[in-house]
Ligand binder design. Structure first.
Ligand code: GTP
Length: 732
């Protein structure tokens, strides 16, 4: 079946992507979300019918991009104007609505404002129309400059450029923007939505251009379906600790991993191929989901199928659930290997029952999850397991074009003392050959040598082949995409990537956080609020999950619990949250040190709570833009009380500022022998007889404390303020 991008269809039908999306939505087709979404032939047919009906009704505007607009000969505008206002209403009202929310006062006000704005705007249209008619009568033969009926925009545009593109006066544009409540200057940018609305008022249709190509990306090669041939599946083995992942990988490779590595017979290159029924299967050699999520967090998908190992004598455990959620969130099909069936306590049926609770229903119970009983130790069920992998792969129809420039993914990479940067690459499309000029992340080079998983030198590597590649000038990162491109292009892209990396590091990638959730919803960045829940007991996990899911009557954004479990927030939780852009709700548990560190670098919002109700309230408040700002204490300085002076009107602490400063608006705590004896505020701060705003370290001052008289010589006054926490920081 052919696939069409929405913007391509918009071009074909000579309209905007928005209108195409609108028509599809009206026809209850919801797969298309934006101009880059793809649809198939049936959807195209609907559009074709729609536009052919319109054409026959003569509703569609002429196609000419630029038209001499002679007012005297133009028919009465009113019909056109009305229909275009209707059309504008259709297109724009979701946007206005999205900003309004009837539950909150602010939003009520804003939607009223929007309504008023629209009213005014419509009024202005009316006035303009009248003026036009009036002009028609006075100067019937005035010929205007050529004014386009259609303009193409790729994103935001300055008022000045908009004026040039539309042939309209800057002052006219600024006036209309004011009607929309936007105060803009000539050099100010207006976003695409505003520009579309504005253009519609000038009777101009805006065609959305596809986004400009990212200069740091290599243009993707779209393969002709005829060139695609079947490729081998790539499998990752996941599961709870000690359930037998390594043993299974080991027996699949039919050798013992450790002895092989220790003996140094073959190199470990991070991935290897096995053969079953004369077909190859690629196994990623790193058991566990760390590699899996690290790669996904970087946007790379390497795994076609996940084998979930569950020990028959131990059943579903926390990491089993984590693994399920990782695979589900990456849309990777799961095959369950129920391992250790040789064990006396093995109970495969119990495992199946437990898995069914996590929506993995075995085939024999009417579900669609393949479950294979195996014993890695006694080599039982291994061939069956591999056959099932091939079966699932067959259904997936995994294909690639081997006859094109190579593209692959870095599985692992390190700097080898003798050989320089060495990268294990899984070729995903095309064929990588000796001498190819390559780029991976910011590393460039030429393929000097390649070694396969059996330690043999090879000259070529096709799709689904893992090879060790020598020749890159730097060490790339796992998850980086390797592409074979022209040497010059490789260098220039690498330079741009390095520059982008630097500026990204400065800007710090924006992840979802409760603090700016509402803003992100408003900007349309978030449609699903992904949440990972960790709590001290299962009861709390469930209570939290249910209450959070109950928030789903909010139409703007859907709460999606991507994982929920008992225990401290760990590294894997943070990595999963990073990959799925989720925030973490920790109830009565804390992030462990590692998790906290990674959360800092990955910018993951971890919220800790001791009351379920507060967690729910916060999420709900954040969704509606009503989250109260959070504050943290910032110590300003330390002051020592050196003399207590009792005047008739006040008790003054004759003090000396030891460190930092103290201000007349500081909050303070008085510490005596390491114990806080009072917390409060300063009533007055003086130097000699004058009231002062602040006193710095090294100076003496007189301090009166509000509502506290029990001060003693030697007491330490700690001065502090409460500052609002910046978004994205961990709630301590
Ligand atoms: N009886 C029996 N023991 C097994 C089987 N598979 C693995 N084991 C044993 O279970 C223990 C754990 O196996 P591993 O393969 O190291 O498990 P793992 O899941 O890779 O563990 P981690 O790497 O620590 O996450 C080892 O002592 C294995 O010998 C099996 O099929 N039957």
């Amino acid at each position: 079946m052919s696939k069409y991008r929405i913007y391509e269809l918009a071009k074909e039908f000579n309209t905007s992507s928005k209108i195409i999306l609108d028509i599809l939505t009206k026809n209850e087709i919801t797969v298309a979300k934006n101009h880059m979404s793809t649809v198939g032939d049936p959807e195209k047919l609907i559009l074709k019918n729609h536009f052919s009906v319109k054409k026959s009704n003569n509703i569609v505007q002429p196609n000419s991009a630029v038209k001499k607009d002679v007012k005297a000969t133009e028919p009465n505008h009113s019909d056109k104007q009305n229909s275009h206002l209707d059309h504008k209403k259709n297109e724009k009202s979701p946007n206005f609505n999205s900003k309004g929310n009837n539950n909150t006062l602010n939003n009520k006000q804003s939607s009223t404002n929007n309504r008023n704005k629209k009213k005014n705007f419509n009024k202005s249209n009316q006035n303009d129309k009248n003026k036009k008619n009036h002009n028609n009568q006075v100067k019937p033969n005035t010929i205007e400059m050529a004014k386009p009926k259609i303009i193409q925009l790729g994103g935001s545009i300055t008022v000045k450029d908009f004026s040039i593109k539309t042939g309209r006066d800057v002052s006219e544009i600024i006036k209309k923007l004011m009607m929309l409540g936007i105060m803009a200057t000539i050099n100010q940018e207006i976003d695409l939505d505003t520009a579309t609305l504005l253009a519609a008022d000038f009777d101009i249709t805006v065609e959305e251009l596809p986004p400009e190509a990212d200069p740091t990306e290599i243009p993707e090669i779209v393969d002709d379906p005829k060139t695609l041939v079947l490729r081998s599946p790539v499998v990752t083995v996941m599961g709870h600790v000690d359930h037998g992942k390594t043993s299974l990988l080991d027996v699949i490779r039919k050798t013992h991993v450790t002895s092989r590595e220790a003996g140094g017979i073959t190199q470990h290159i991070g991935a290897y191929q096995v053969v079953c029924q004369n077909k190859k299967i690629v196994f990623l050699d790193t058991p566990g989901h760390e590699a899996f999520t690290a790669m996904r967090a970087r946007g790379a998908q390497v795994t076609d199928i996940a084998i979930l190992v569950v020990a028959a004598d131990d059943g579903v455990m926390p990491q089993t659930i984590e693994a399920i959620n990782h695979a589900k969130s990456a849309n990777v099909p799961i095959i369950v290997a129920i391992n250790k069936i040789d064990r006396p306590g093995a109970n495969p049926d119990h495992v199946k029952q437990q898995l069914a609770e996590h929506a993995l229903i075995p085939e024999e119970w009417g579900g669609d999850t393949i479950m294979v009983p195996v014993s890695a130790k006694q080599k039982i069920g291994i061939t069956e397991l591999l056959e099932m992998v091939l079966l699932v792969a067959e259904v997936q129809e995994l294909k690639a074009n081997p006859n094109r420039a190579a593209q692959g993914i870095i599985i692992e990479a390190q700097l080898d003392k003798g050989r320089g940067p060495v990268a294990t690459v899984l070729v995903q499309a095309g064929t990588l050959s000796i001498g190819d000029s390559i780029i991976a992340g910011t590393a460039v080079g030429k393929v000097r040598a390649m070694v396969n998983d059996r330690g043999e030198k090879v000259r070529k590597a096709g799709p689904s082949t893992p090879v060790e590649v020598l020749g890159l000038a730097d060490v790339p990162e796992a998850g980086d995409i390797l592409v074979s491109v022209d040497e010059k292009l490789a260098r220039s892209i690498a330079e741009k990537r390095i520059a982008k990396k630097r500026s990204d590091e400065l800007a710090h990638s924006q992840k979802v956080s409760l603090d700016d959730l509402f803003q992100q919803i408003q900007e349309g960045n978030i449609k699903d609020l992904n949440i990972l829940i960790k709590a001290d007991v299962q009861g709390s996990v469930e209570a939290l999950r249910q209450s959070l899911l109950n928030l789903n009557n909010n139409k703007e954004v859907r709460v999606n619990v991507i994982h929920a479990g008992v225990g401290a927030v760990n590294e894997s939780d943070v990595m999963l949250s990073s990959a799925a852009n989720a925030l973490i709700i920790a109830f009565n548990v804390r992030p462990d040190a590692n998790a906290k560190k990674i959360a800092d670098t990955e910018n993951i919002d971890i919220r800790t709570y001791r009351v379920i109700y507060e967690a729910i309230n916060d999420v709900e408040a954040a969704m509606t833009g009503m989250l109260a700002p959070q504050y943290k204490e910032v110590i300003q300085g330390k002051v020592e009380i050196r003399q207590v002076m009792n005047f008739s009107k006040a008790l003054v602490a004759g003090s000396y500022v030891l460190e930092g400063k103290v201000t007349n608006s500081s909050s303070i705590r008085i510490i005596r022998d390491g114990i806080v004896v009072h917390e409060g505020i300063i009533e007055s701060l003086r130097r000699f007889k004058d009231d002062v705003k602040e006193v710095a370290a090294g100076y003496e001052c007189g301090i009166t404390i509000d509502k506290f008289r029990d001060i003693k010589e030697g007491d330490i006054i700690e001065a502090y303020t409460m500052e609002q926490i910046k978004p994205n920081s961990i709630n301590n």
